[in-house]
Design a protein around this ligand. Structure first.
Ligand code: GLU
Length: 479
């Protein structure tokens, strides 16, 4: 049997981290078994689905390296298939037309709430006679389609993550709606029905999805049975939780993959981190790996049942590891769009002579690509803004002498090298009898406006290359 799994996002928002993590687990499982990974867009909710969300989901999956083998299939293009299945269920007596109005359902729920009962449909239209149906039709009522749920049943399956899971059918809320009222006689198909029809049609062997779908699984198993199809294996993956241990939601800020991308997480680090969100590799000390490496070892026996806390520190650490290891020319290519978006002026090709050393200079301090924008501002702008500390430093005794001496010494250099730069500093501390610490601090304040930052000599060489060092010294001497 070839393993066939799917990711089935609804395009009602950008690719969410929870969906992306589910996609990662599906992808790893498919690749581990040499199986197929299928992409299905569940866009039957016309009111909330948007093409730009579909695009965002496709882009996000591709960006993270989760290539799919089949699809994308769109549920909106497969309505006939669902309608046929609904008709079959009606013909076989598994489903029926229900004419209960919204107002009647509200009344039912209110009465149940007053008795402190869970809300459920009371199956009142399960056995309408054709005459009763005709009477409701004559009133102008439009029916939903409901699937009969036998309250006495217990539904269980062997979950690949959670072991044996059992649900009482009586906890499923009464006969379930499988199609909304519409002009079509079999209505507008809904999620549970469409998913089962698709999973059967696409010969899905393993349904891997978030734990929040467990109750749906119980309902879906009943649909598989009614449609006379084999039931796939199920694996319900743990939810991603916020710091407080609650399900990660939009309120927690960044939750969509495109946001992570914009902030400058690399797809490799993000995919690596998501793999660890709920899965423990056999050698838990080796936390850095590629998706294909993880796929070799992936299995549900090492997926945790408990929710997985989203840990920014861990993600940041992983991302910095990837950035520090990245070859400089590649890192530079990745930084260019961030600098461009920040409005910095440079030529991405002819300026590589100073952009490369700048990238080397920043590489070890980067956590996210976006960090490079602030860290490198002084290399792109003509002038410099001084911090309070920087300004105070420029007022120190000896600063003026030191800065003037550097400016004078620079006259002797056409192109400054690291050696030349060191010599200038050494000479002037000796000749002017100034402490090296003071010289370096004041010089840093003059060049960068601040007392903290990357290696001073390297920064100087870049600014010199750009012809900015003399300007900065003059600007500081005028303070
Ligand atoms: N469209 C559903 C979702 O986005 C898919 C659930 C499933 O995998 O069956 O949650």
């Amino acid at each position: 049997m070839t393993v066939r799994v799917r990711i089935a996002p609804s395009p009602t928002g950008n690719l969410h981290i929870g969906t992306a993590r589910t996609a990662v687990f599906n992808w790893l499982f498919a690749r581990h078994h040499g199986g197929e990974f299928i992409l299905r867009i569940e866009d039957t909710d016309e009111a909330r689905s948007r093409p730009e969300y579909t695009q965002n989901i496709l882009d996000g999956l591709k960006w993270m390296g989760m290539t799919w083998d089949e699809g994308p299939f769109f549920q909106s293009k497969r309505l006939d298939l669902y309608r046929k299945a609904i008709q079959t269920l009606v013909d076989k007596g598994y489903a029926y037309r229900c004419y209960t109005s919204e107002a009647e359902l509200d009344e039912l729920r209110t009465a149940q709430a007053a008795r402190k009962e869970a809300p459920r449909y009371d199956n009142r239209h399960r056995n309408l006679t054709p005459e009763q149906q005709a009477a409701f039709e004559a009133e102008g009522r439009r029916p939903v389609l409901r699937f009969k749920i036998d309250d006495d049943r217990e539904i269980s399956w062997n979950d690949l993550v959670r072991g044996k899971v059992s649900w009482k059918a009586s906890d499923l809320g009464g006969d379930m709606v499988i199609a909304r009222a519409s002009d079509d006689p079999v209505g507008q198909p809904l999620y549970n029905l469409a998913v089962v029809v698709d999973d059967i049609d696409m010969r899905i062997t393993h349904v891997i999805r978030g734990e929040d779908h467990i109750a749906n699984t119980a309902k879906q198993i009943l649909l598989y049975e009614a449609l006379g199809s084999a039931i796939p294996e199920f694996a319900h993956t743990p939810l991603i939780l916020n710091k407080e241990g609650k399900k990660l939601s939009k309120r927690d800020g960044v939750t969509s993959i495109s946001d992570f991308q914009q902030m400058g997480y690399t797809p490799e680090a993000l995919a690596n981190y998501m793999t660890l969100l709920g899965w423990t590799p056999p050698d838990s000390t080796k936390e850095i790996f590629t998706l294909p490496e993880a796929a070799q070892q992936f299995g549900f026996e090492r997926v945790n049942k408990a929710g997985a806390k989203f840990d920014w520190d861990k993600l940041n650490w992983l991302n910095s590891q990837y950035l520090h290891k990245m070859p400089i020319d590649e890192l530079l290519n990745q930084l260019i769009p961030y600098w461009q978006a920040a409005g910095y002026e440079f030529d991405p090709i002819s300026d590589r002579s100073w952009l490369e050393p700048l990238t080397s200079l920043l590489s070890a301090s980067l956590t996210r690509l976006q960090d490079a924008v602030e860290m490198s501002r002084i290399f792109f702008s003509q002038t410099v803004a001084y911090s309070e500390e920087g300004l105070t430093q420029l007022q120190q005794e000896g600063t003026e002498t030191a800065l003037q001496a550097i400016l004078d010494a620079l006259e002797n250099y056409q192109t400054l090298t690291a050696e030349g730069a060191q010599d200038i500093i050494k000479q002037l501390t000796k000749e002017k009898n100034l402490k090296k610490g003071l010289v370096m601090r004041s010089f840093r304040a003059a060049l960068t406006g601040d007392l903290h930052g990357p290696d001073l000599i390297q920064s100087w060489l870049i600014l010199n290359h750009r012809g900015l060092d003399k300007l900065r010294l003059q600007q500081a001497l005028e303070k």
